[in-house]
Write a new protein. Structure first.
Length: 94
């Protein structure tokens, strides 16, 4: 009986941008409400842009705040509560 050992060298290639800096292929998002990581297979997760309004004039300031809500929160029917809490928290900080 003959035993042979094969060695395999695995080379890892990194993705680079135009400046030659190494960048990751996938950067996971986090739920803005629960701080859960939104995985690639979380198909219930949403990302919502909410317009910033000038409190004096009531007009759109051409900027927005971005919120991500996980599928877990939405699946438990707490998405509207989460978004309302996040907007109120952001409103109190500004």
């Amino acid at each position: 009986y003959i035993c042979s050992i094969h060695t395999t060298f695995i080379t890892t290639s990194r993705m680079q941008n135009d400046a030659g800096e190494n960048v990751d292929l996938y950067i996971p998002r986090k739920c803005s409400y629960s701080n859960r990581i939104l995985g690639a297979n979380d198909f219930g997760a949403v990302q919502i842009n909410v317009a910033n309004i000038d409190p004096v004039t009531g007009l759109y300031t051409k900027s927005y705040s971005t919120y991500a809500v996980s599928g877990f929160i939405r699946g438990h029917s707490e998405g509207d509560e989460a978004l309302t809490a996040l907007v109120k928290k952001n409103d109190a900080n500004n």
